[in-house]
Design a protein around this ligand. Structure first.
Ligand SMILES: Cc1ncc(COP(=O)(O)O)c(C=O)c1O
Length: 413
């Protein structure tokens, strides 16, 4: 088509989001998004799995939902039921798992199930941007609860729930990323998990547990999930293969009791998520998931070390951070003078993409001098070079760090 002359503007539905920007390719030093380590995608294993499963069951692609029905490819749900039992203590049947198009679709479906404009939810003060923007778009009031090194502060949560109760408001859910929190990398302690569940029960506010990083813990010791620990069933759990295998596959899942899942399934109107990805994952994971994950976490840990070393070298004490216990992100505090949204713009012009803190926080002022760095997708060399460039841009724009290539290294536990 030579040119688009038809004017759609007067026909557009109300309340549409702003138009999407055209993709301009990846920046040279890419520390944004939740992308994974390209070297760790198990390409050969996926090829073998695709060949085997297609030879055996390819003809079932003729039916929507394969031979498995609308919840998703049954062998994948069987793998998940088994893995979630072993790794997270969850007892569920394959029929209490719905396969979704990434856990983002899980977020949308749970939000559709529970939220209306004007509702209130509780959420970790620093949280996943995709969750925050969704709540914003739904015109839902997101009450941020501060975190510390052990995850969400349950004392602050109790106070917020009491405050809402006094005002006659029953929140719709408590959204939490308890196991390798995004962006802070914390893991919620068992004692706090118990207290969180107790508060949820006392206030009759369900928990929405987003556990997509839970496989990526350095020491492999994943705590029991809130879903597993709940005695009354007031938890909806979502997870994903994006972080443990590959995000472009777009395969996630929801775990819920059938009374809840049946309502969610009725909202999933896409006639099933991509079947080929589900088949390949089931075939691959049943044989190789347990050996794949430690290789991946080892590679990620090496990159995290490279990032922390580069920050020490180029920012010195100007960059403060707590070492994450797993995952793909480092949450960094720069001196108060630094405005990370402005830094992000200047850095991008120099080829370095970073996520500015305010986009990952309900408390914009708290996020202002913070930033999130994804260390999974850049190579270790790109990590070193990119942080050197970032430090130079930061010094030019904000006067910090005062000295580049600080020789003093931080002592780490
Ligand atoms: C906390 C959290 N939840 C959900 C998602 C969505 O992941 P996906 O849709 O790829 O499963 C992400 C992606 O980065 C995330 O960080």
């Amino acid at each position: 088509m030579a040119s688009a002359s038809f004017d759609f503007a007067p026909l557009l539905a109300p309340s549409l989001p702003a138009p999407a920007a055209k993709w301009a390719g990846f920046p040279k030093y890419n520390f944004i998004g939740g992308n994974n380590d390209a070297d760790q995608v198990p390409v050969d294993g996926l090829i073998a799995a695709a060949t085997a499963v297609l030879k055996r069951e390819g003809a079932t692609l003729a039916s929507y939902g394969l031979d498995s029905g609308p919840l998703g490819y049954r062998p994948l749900r069987e793998f998940l039921a088994d893995k979630l039992k072993r790794a997270a203590g969850i007892t569920c049947t394959p029929d209490e798992i719905l396969i979704t198009s990434g856990s983002l679709q899980g977020l949308d479906l749970v939000n559709r199930l529970l939220l209306a404009p004007g509702d209130t939810v509780l959420i970790e003060q620093e949280s996943y941007q995709g969750s925050l923007t969704r709540l914003d778009r739904l015109r839902v009031n997101a009450v941020g609860i501060p975190l510390d090194k052990e995850g969400i502060r349950v004392d602050a949560l109790a106070a917020a729930l009491d405050d809402l109760k006094r005002r006659g408001i029953r929140a719709k859910y408590i959204y939490t990323i308890p196991t390798v929190q995004n962006p802070t990398g914390t893991i919620l302690s068992e004692a706090r998990r118990r207290e969180l569940l107790r508060l949820s029960e006392e206030h009759q506010v369900p928990i929405f547990e987003d556990d997509c990083y839970a496989d990526l813990i350095w020491d492999g010791r994943r705590p029991h999930s809130l879903y597993a620990m709940s005695e009354r069933g007031g938890v909806i759990h979502i997870g994903s293969f994006s972080k443990s295998i590959a995000p472009a596959l777009r395969v996630g899942y929801i775990v819920a009791t059938w009374d809840v899942l049946s309502r969610i399934l009725a909202l999933k109107t896409d006639a099933g998520s991509g079947a080929l990805e589900q088949m390949v994952l089931a075939e691959f994971c049943a044989r190789h998931f347990t050996e794949h994950v430690p290789k991946l976490t080892h590679a990620l840990r090496t990159k995290l070390d490279a990032l922390m070393d580069a920050l020490d070298e180029h920012f010195g004490t100007a960059a403060e951070f707590d070492e994450p216990r797993g995952g793909i992100f480092l949450w960094v505090k720069l001196p108060d003078a630094v405005d990370t949204p402005k830094l992000a713009q200047a850095a991008l012009a120099a080829g370095v993409a970073i996520n500015p803190g305010p986009e990952w926080s309900t408390h914009k002022a708290h996020g202002k001098s913070r930033l999130r760095l994804c260390f999974a997708s850049p190579s270790t060399q790109a990590i070193r070079e990119g942080i050197a460039v970032l430090a130079e841009v930061c010094r030019r724009e904000f006067g910090v760090p005062e000295r580049i290539a600080n020789v003093e290294r931080r002592a780490r536990a």
